[in-house]
Write a protein that binds this ligand. Structure first.
Ligand SMILES: *Cc1c(COP(=O)(O)O)cnc(C)c1O
Length: 466
């Protein structure tokens, strides 16, 4: 069975569902599997032509071990991915010679976060009903996470969900995906502050032991192991559709918190022949710089057209660091405690060399992002969103050792989710897909609160009834 250990080496190993419900490990580290599960090449080849949900159940099954019965897991995957509007769940389209888009935006809130979140909602419900336990999820969002979480957790038994967003700093479409939920277990809070204020309130809530215990607090941000595992699935389906494992495939992944790009590493650890993962950032380039210079150092957040990547701490980078220094938990703990204080980490040369065998980093500025939206439209007739454009721009600057290797760009959001930026870049208004077109007409429900942790905690206690 697969157990989970902390990247900081000081938490006891635990099972899959416990790691999922915990989110962060008690020593402040991130959970990773004790041993990487693998597929044989024949098993990977057999994914060709399989329904997405079946591949998902096979990949997740390797991580969930005995915690979830395999038939139950398959049911969960089938249910989760039936909420997607495309039969292939995450289809591939071609936009150039050997250049492909992996469309991850056919879920209910039009961004790739639905892929993991739809499964996570069902995993939570399964685990909680077995334990007869009710918990509270608090989630701070700079845009897409909140909507995907509300959509996945609304109306489910044994859980309350509270989504915090910075007032006036997210797009109307993003806000409405949260605030139009009418379910009794959902509350949305418009916080009079920045995204960092929202995140600090969530952190303060987790640090308040009495509060954490009273409401049984849980987090679903991108460090949650189940989210990473669920995202590894589409690397498999895409690669196999393009000829893996008979040949290697490369990916370019728009990157903020480094969750999605790390999921590619996970697929590679499991045996998928991935030639390269290009971590594509906007001008918030902490991850790109880490791979270029070996200096992982945070700067000031710049606001861009691709706001879901306006991040200066890429939390999941700790997982890669841990792997690349040969899983030395003591050293990882020392390094990332120092990072919390100084805001900078030097990646040791040997570890950097190992990272560069797999990853490269590329940052894309604002004019380049807009030009890429326009050029993809001109060349293919397709509108892409600004996050995807960052990936495409990075891909087009990437030279692979073997030019016949297919390069797949993860298309992380539907263009209709970012209509202003897409219009400004291309002169075209992206149309919302069926099922979301009436979003603008649905009534909204949210409360406004000051950026104050005590006020928010009192609100959450009242909501949770404790
Ligand atoms: C969250 C998000 C990203 C960044 O993903 P990470 O896992 O944080 O690197 C990219 N694009 C969109 C549209 C997103 O919502």
């Amino acid at each position: 069975m697969t157990r989970y250990i902390s990247t900081r080496g000081a938490s006891p190993p635990i099972g899959f569902l416990d790691a999922v419900l915990a989110g962060l490990a008690p020593d402040g580290g991130l959970y990773s599997p004790e041993v990487w599960p693998t597929f044989t090449l024949a098993e990977i080849a057999a994914f060709a032509g399989q329904p997405y949900a079946k591949v998902a159940a096979a990949v997740l099954g390797k991580f969930a071990g005995p915690d979830i019965d395999s038939a139950v897991l398959l049911d969960m995957c089938e249910e989760a991915y039936s909420t997607f509007s495309h039969k292939a769940v995450t289809p591939i389209s071609q936009i150039g010679d050997n250049l492909f888009l992996l469309e991850l935006f056919h879920g209910p809130t039009l961004a790739f976060k639905d892929v993991a979140m739809q499964l996570l909602g069902r995993l939570y419900e399964h685990a909680l009903s077995a334990q007869n336990r009710t918990l509270t999820i608090i989630c701070a969002t700079s845009g897409d996470t909140g909507g995907a979480a509300v959509e996945a957790f609304r109306g489910r038994a044994n859980m309350h969900i509270v989504a915090l967003f910075p007032e006036g700093r997210i797009s109307e479409v993003q806000r409405r995906f949260m605030t139009t939920a009418t379910d009794a277990n959902v509350r949305c809070l418009s916080i009079q502050g920045s995204f960092d204020d929202c995140q600090n309130i969530v952190k303060a809530s987790f640090c308040d032991e009495a509060f954490r215990t009273a409401v049984d607090l849980s987090g679903v941000n991108s460090i949650n192991w189940a989210r990473i595992a669920a995202q590894a699935v589409y690397y498999f389906t895409a690669a196999v559709a393009l000829g893996a494992p008979g040949r290697s495939i490369a990916f370019a992944t728009p990157t903020g918190n480094f969750g999605d790009a790390f999921a590619g590493f996970v697929a590679r650890q499991m045996g998928l022949p991935i030639a390269r993962i290009v971590a594509a950032t906007n001008s918030n380039d902490i991850v790109a710089r880490a791979f270029q210079d070996g200096l992982y150092a945070r700067g000031n957040v710049a606001f861009t057209q691709s706001p879901a990547m306006d991040i200066q701490i890429a939390s999941n980078f700790e997982r890669l660091y841990f792997e690349m220094i040969r899983r030395d938990g003591v050293e990882t703990a020392r390094t990332f405690k120092a990072f919390a204080e100084t805001g900078a980490v030097n990646v040791p040369p040997a570890a950097l060399a190992r990272m560069r065998e797999i990853f490269s980093g590329m940052s894309v500025d604002e004019p380049q992002t807009a030009r890429t939206i326009l050029s993809v439209l001109n060349e293919t007739g397709e509108l892409i969103d600004p996050h995807t454009a960052v990936g495409v721009a990075a891909a087009s600057r990437t030279i692979l050792p073997d030019p016949t290797t297919p390069l797949v760009v993860l298309s992380t959001a539907h263009p209709a989710k970012f209509p202003e930026a897409v219009l400004a870049a291309s002169g075209q208004i992206p149309h919302a897909p069926r099922g979301t077109a009436d979003l603008a007409a649905r009534p909204e429900r949210f409360d406004r609160l000051p950026a104050d942790a005590e006020t928010v905690k009192a609100y959450v206690r009242a909501f949770a009834g404790v």
